[in-house]
Each structure stands twice: as structure tokens, then as C-alpha cells.
Design a protein around this ligand. Sequence first.
Ligand code: GDP
Length: 197
Amino acid sequence: QWLRRAEFMTSAPKLSLCPPDTGFEIAFAGRSNAGKSSAINAITAQRQLARASKTPGRTQMINFFTLQNTDQRLVDLPGYGYAAVPEAMKLVWQKELEKYLIQRKSLAGLVLLMDIRHPLKHFDQMMLQWAKSRNLFVHVLLTKADKLNRGPANTVLLDVKKQLNADGLDFSIQLFSAMRRQGLEDLAIVMADRLHF
Ligand code: GDP
């Protein structure tokens, strides 16, 4: 499977230090602890790929993974949810994230991860609005779906869908569990079909 060819490329502390803005990128975003590293590791079938982003000092960096022999990249965006990060630092990061989402030409779309038990928090709303402002395609993953039974999980799925529609956000959404490997195939299809991968 094509996503297995992902390998760590570089970390950029800000937009101006990102790799050349060519080809296609899909960015993964979510509040810290949303399950982003687990998801990236699951879809690339590599246990340790997203581990770099977990080291506290490095959490606030944009991490780039390249698919070998292509001009396609997966991008792991910072979640800045760590209490240890000072408020001033969070603001600097918010600005960099906004700049990346709004200015990055190679960005084909965003995968936004939200813990199914805590959807649509402030961080998520902010990301959705930035994406909307430049007509960027967003695919939402409700992560850790295994934490709820099937009925309640589907109820959250419908509720979040409704909420997005009410906000004029016509984005796609699915249940996901890295632990149960649920939704991997659906995500790969969206990445290929809607995000040009
Ligand atoms: P990140 O901070 O967004 O990169 O989140 P991680 O991938 O590190 O996951 C945060 C926590 O949620 C860890 O304790 C994971 O073991 C747990 N987690 C991640 N994905 C799943 C999942 O699909 N199911 C369950 N039950 N736990 C998960």
C-alpha cells in the first residue's frame, strides 16, 4: 500500500522553514491527545513514524513525512494542547498554523482528528474556519471510536455532521480507531480520491 512508503523528512519550526512548496501535501491536525500520532502510525503501518512529534521539546513543530520517490508529503501539525507550553508560545504557534493553512500552496487538504468523546472544541473550530476561508477540503476523523458502543458512536457522528452543516462546512467525516484499525481503508480512499494522493 502506497502510504507505507512514508518516511520522516524534516521538522520546521515555522512556515518560512518548511520544505519547498511544490507537489501535494495532506496535513493532519488535532488537539494534543486526539490520537494523531496513533493515526499516522496506523495508516503508514509504521509504529514509530510519528513518535518524534511526541517528545515535549519537539511537539510544537510541523513535521514532514515524504512518500518515497514522489512529491507528496504527510504533514503532522502541532496541537499545542500541552499545559506546559506558555500562553505566549501558544499564540505564536497559532499564528504559524494559520499562516501554514492559509498560504501553503501544496496543501491539498486537511485531516482533522477529534476524540469522539470531545468533538468540536475551540481548536477544531479554528482549524475548520481557516480551512473554509480558503476553500480547503477537510476530512474529519472521530478518533478512539472504540471508546463508545456502535449506537452512541453513530449518534455523535450524525450530531457532528449536523453541526458542521449548520456552520456551512460541507466536509466529510468518519469514525476511526487506530486501536481496532477501524476506518483505515475509508481514510485511504478519501486521501486518494479527494486529496489527490
Ligand atoms: P496525539 O497526541 O494526538 O498524537 O495522540 P496519541 O496518538 O499519542 O494518542 C493519545 C492517547 O490516546 C494515547 O494514550 C493512545 O494510546 C490513545 N489512543 C490513540 N488512538 C486510540 C484509539 O484508537 N483507541 C483508544 N482506545 N485509544 C487510543
